[in-house]
Design a protein around this ligand. Structure first.
Ligand SMILES: *Cc1c(COP(=O)(O)O)cnc(C)c1O
Length: 433
């Protein structure tokens, strides 16, 4: 044993092996060295033989120089905030890779002069939302709200229904965000009900605007009422509609979800939304509406602090103009096809001696969109102890655990991930004795 250990190749020797040297050019020396040391440690521990060190180091290399991993989302939640919400379409990924170099993001190549930043993404938005006169893009939905509140209600009042005072996640609350800009909140109605007269009663010279917030992550049922944008729009003050999820047009699968085109047609002066929810694009805050208001937003000093980078602009444009996004495809998955996929996977895994079963499930949109909406789906279920090795495997697979079973819901996974999933389960089994 001691003799064998002396044969473990030294760090420099492994680093000079051709495939490892190539990886150094791609990943940098530090990351590659970590993999080499880990492989050497395995050899020292007797887990591999000394002549396997180079191969082992090669397999332990990270895919990229970032420690973020691509994760298979088997949770059945289409837009999972902890998983980065919407997965980008291939079109968006290619667009942002192209934009990652030096680009004409703020230059008109015809004239050689400075051009408006992000004009193409804005134009794509305007084409998709015919009721918008102008559009502007900021860092995320919260930034869009902060900018609107700063520009139109600093030192004034934002009128907001109590039932729309939403916590969006991780302890962040829209009312607190608005107040942080120096605007005052004027709450109207009760938790479950608000009427047009409640709004009318508080409007006055101090009013900045009425804010209509989509309760995007909860549902209040029973004795409820709220005032639609179309009625608020007649009260003589601007109405800002925070629709949250970023649908640009009505969606046939999600009839109750607000969209930008409709909200503006119904009389909202401005709409705010996120780019990485149902729109299926990069994190971004969308601002659409009246030209003079959007112009004021764009020219405010704070706009510079909230501005998006070229990668976001490229990905956003490609998301809007390109083919259906993964999110859109997931929304339109046929439950029968999902069940057939689950059955085939379960059969293959059972054939390999794993206690796998196929079952119908219910998936959700998640991520602040279409709360309460059930999407019929299907899953492969495994014994619960598979959850951890799946999560820590390569690629990591995030299941949900339900009633003592590890549930791999296929709703958010395209069909071409089934083979990766099958292999991940087989790998996970190896971790169990
Ligand atoms: C998600 C959401 C926000 C916040 O948007 P981010 O892009 O996460 O900053 C604001 N309002 C509503 C209604 C939302 O659903």
């Amino acid at each position: 044993m001691a003799d064998e250990r002396q044969q473990i190749p030294g760090t420099d020797q492994v680093l000079n092996a051709p495939e490892i040297a190539l990886a150094t050019a791609r990943l940098g020396r530090q990351l590659v060295k970590q993999a080499v040391h880990a492989a050497q440690d395995k050899a020292r521990a007797g887990e591999i033989s000394p002549d396997e060190v180079i191969d082992e180091a090669a397999t332990m290399l990270p895919k990229t120089a970032s420690s973020l991993h691509r994760v298979l989302n088997a949770t059945g939640v289409l837009l999972h905030t902890n998983l980065g919400r919407a997965p980008l379409s291939d079109a968006a990924v290619q667009a942002l890779a192209e934009a990652a170099g030096t680009t004409d993001v703020e230059l008109d190549l015809q004239t050689g002069q400075r051009g408006p930043r992000g004009a193409a993404a804005v134009q794509a938005l305007l084409n998709a939302v015919p009721t918008a006169e102008a559009a502007h893009v900021v860092n995320n939905g919260a930034a869009a709200l902060a900018l609107v509140a700063t520009v139109f209600a600093r030192g004034k009042e934002i009128v907001l229904a109590r039932g729309e005072m939403v916590e969006i996640g991780d302890h962040f609350r829209i009312p607190e965000l608005l107040e942080a800009t120096g605007a005052r909140l004027r709450e109207v109605g009760t938790t479950n009900r608000v009427h047009r007269q409640d709004y009318e009663a508080v409007l006055g010279p101090d009013t900045g605007f009425i804010l209509k917030v989509h309760p995007s992550n909860f549902v209040v049922q029973g004795f409820t009422s709220s005032v639609p944008v179309v009625e608020l729009a007649h009260l003589g003050v601007p109405v800002v509609a925070d629709i949250g999820s970023g649908l640009l047009q009505p969606h046939p699968v999600l009839p109750d979800e607000p969209d930008a085109t409709t909200a503006l047609r119904q009389g909202a002066s401005l709409v705010t939304a996120s780019g990485d929810k149902l729109l299926g694009g990069p994190q971004a805050g969308l601002l659409l509406g009246k030209a003079d208001l959007v112009h004021q937003l764009r020219r405010h000093p704070l706009a510079r602090a909230l501005r998006v980078d070229k990668l976001t602009l490229a990905a956003l444009e490609a998301t809007i103009t390109g083919p259906p996004t993964p999110t859109e495809q997931a929304l339109r998955q046929d439950p029968k096809t999902l069940l057939a996929r689950a059955e085939r996977l379960a059969q293959e895994l059972s054939g390999a001696g794993i206690a796998a079963r196929a079952q119908r499930t219910e998936a959700t949109v998640g991520g602040g969109g279409a709360p309460g909406k059930v999407l019929p789906s299907a899953a492969v279920t495994l014994p619960e102890r598979y959850a951890r090795p799946l999560r820590t495997g390569r690629p990591p697979v995030l299941p949900r655990v339900e009633q003592g079973r590890c549930v791999l819901d296929l709703a958010a996974l395209p069909a071409d991930s089934d083979e990766v999933l099958r292999r991940a389960v087989l790998e996970a089994r190896k971790c169990m004795s």
